[in-house]
Design a protein around this ligand. Structure first.
Ligand code: NDP
Length: 453
């Protein structure tokens, strides 16, 4: 260790991050959560401190921010801000989604890119961590407006991405339609056709089961946590939030495994269907959300005996298992306490950081199996990684093969979390610690191999 070097305490380390990144509360929250859970593991490992590994992972390699201007259907010029945060490429090209939502800011994208670095490492695939987006609200915009926005966004982003450099994908507000518009513009600007984005349509290089992968993967992760306890999902009541890509595919897989999902939500409130949201009802929801771009409230007009709770989240509904699949910070401490009191026996995070830190601790203290986002929702990026492999090899793999690979990868992530997260006599697995330590080691060891760069 360098002469005079003093290993910081956790508080000193986190305070440094706060001082260098003022006002970025989501980023502080993410760095604190990861650091606190790996501190015990790294505190006496001199090499990690000497190389300042954690501090370097918490300092993005680069951030680009740019103006995105476009013309709306009434002829007005609109101006938004776009970003790409390239956090760390120690183990592969930067990889992570693009989010279009009015709440997007640099702090949120930095938190997401930081988390993505650990998540991608956990998958076992060669992918670094990144994230991007814009404070653009696709809600209520026409197809043409969305197209013009996506094209303008790519007009700058194309300089910073590439199949061996940075491979973005979808996230909130960015699905197949937006990826198509962005890929079309990238192709036009570069005269190339390659796997520079994932989540592409099947006609132009996309992978089977990419759309389903995050939601399916979250349910597989939950299933793996239950297996440790010799339990299954058969007949279990599940509460799910969100009604987008992740939530609907989580509900689909829950149904396939014999569970009974009873809620879904959007930013207006949640629906409660005691009888269960069957596959048939789910098909209607998918059409409502993806094609008609309608609101979840409409479900109660279509299906009798169901309820809509305006302005609320579904956490007060008693359940066996919960899958938050909408957005960050949607399970607050009081929600977590209510869920525990009502007998919730497990949580798998489909969304990124949906549970506030105090809520996470409440679940861990109650010894409830808690699958954190970076492990439980890694199915999406895993199949994105498989899409990259297929694009490089100019091949398309069959659905059975991809389903098998997704299941295997989720099992591998679960087992890695278990390896680093199991302690104590009661064999309780702290998946938060397991995921953070398991994700950290590979990135850290690669960074040390490169020296100081
Ligand atoms: P979608 O845009 O398809 O759906 C998002 C859902 O969450 C919508 O129902 C939306 O409702 C709701 N929502 C968004 N913001 C809020 C808010 N502030 N309050 C309440 N509800 C809100 O996104 P995805 O399903 O793709 O993503 C959901 C989560 O999963 C995100 O955290 C994302 O980062 C994460 N994730 C997604 C992956 C993927 O493959 N898509 C991969 C890994 C993680 P409304 O329509 O009213 O906005």
């Amino acid at each position: 260790m360098a002469t005079g070097y003093k290993v910081p305490t956790l508080d000193e380390f986190v305070q440094g991050v706060k001082d260098r990144n003022p006002g970025e509360k989501e980023f502080h929250q993410a760095v604190y959560e990861v650091s606190a859970s790996i501190w015990d593991y790294i505190k006496d490992k001199e090499k990690y401190h000497r190389w300042e590994i954690l501090r370097r992972i918490a300092e993005p390699d680069r951030i680009v921010s740019f103006r995105v201007c476009w013309e709306d259907d009434t002829g007005h010029i609109r101006v938004n801000r776009g970003w790409r945060v390239q956090n760390n490429n120690a183990i592969g090209p930067y990889k992570g989604g693009i989010r279009f939502h009015p709440s997007v800011n640099e702090s949120i994208l930095k938190f997401l890119a930081f988390e993505q670095t650990f998540k991608n490492s956990l998958t076992g695939l060669p992918m670094g961590g990144g994230k991007g987006g814009a404070n653009f609200n696709p809600k209520g915009k026409s197809d043409n407006e969305v197209m013009r926005f996506c094209q303008s966004f790519m007009l700058e982003l194309f300089r910073h991405i590439g199949d061996d450099i940075d491979v973005p994908a979808g996230d909130i507000g960015v699905g197949g339609r937006e990826i198509g518009y962005m890929f079309g513009m990238w192709k036009r600007l570069t005269s190339k056709f390659s796997g520079v984005l994932t989540g592409k349509g099947l006609e132009y290089g996309g992978s089977l089961i990419r759309t389903e992968a995050t939601g399916y993967g979250a349910v597989y992760f939950l299933e793996n946590m239950l297996k440790v306890r010799k339990e299954t999902l058969e007949g279990k009541v599940c509460v799910v939030s969100g009604s987008g890509n992740v939530a609907t595919h989580a509900v689909e897989k829950l149904n396939q495994l014999g569970a009974r999902p009873i809620t879904l939500s959007d930013s207006d409130g949640f629906i409660y269907d005691k009888a269960g949201i069957s596959q048939e009802k789910l098909e209607w929801i998918k059409e409502l959300k993806e094609v008609k771009r309608g609101r979840i409230e409409e479900y109660t007009k279509k299906f009798k005996g169901t309820e809509f709770h305006a302005g609320k989240r579904p956490w007060s509904v008693p359940c066996d298992y919960a899958l938050p699949c909408a957005t960050q910070n949607e399970i607050m401490l009081d929600d977590a306490k209510t869920m525990i009191k009502n007998g919730c026996k497990g949580v798998a995070e489909g969304a990124n950081m949906p549970t506030v830190l105090e809520g996470v601790h409440a679940f861990l203290d109650a010894k409830i199996p808690f699958g954190p986002a970076k492990a439980a929702n890694a199915g999406g990026v895993s199949v994105s990684g498989l899409e990259m492999s297929q694009n490089s090899a100019k091949l398309s793999w069959k659905e059975d093969e991809l389903q098998r690979l997704l299941k295997d990868i989720m099992q591998g992530i679960h087992d890695r979390c278990q390896e680093y997260g199991q302690s104590g006599n009661d064999k309780y697995v702290d998946y938060v610690r397991g995921a953070n330590v398991g994700g950290f080691i590979k990135v850290a060891d690669a960074m040390m191999a490169y020296g100081v760069v």
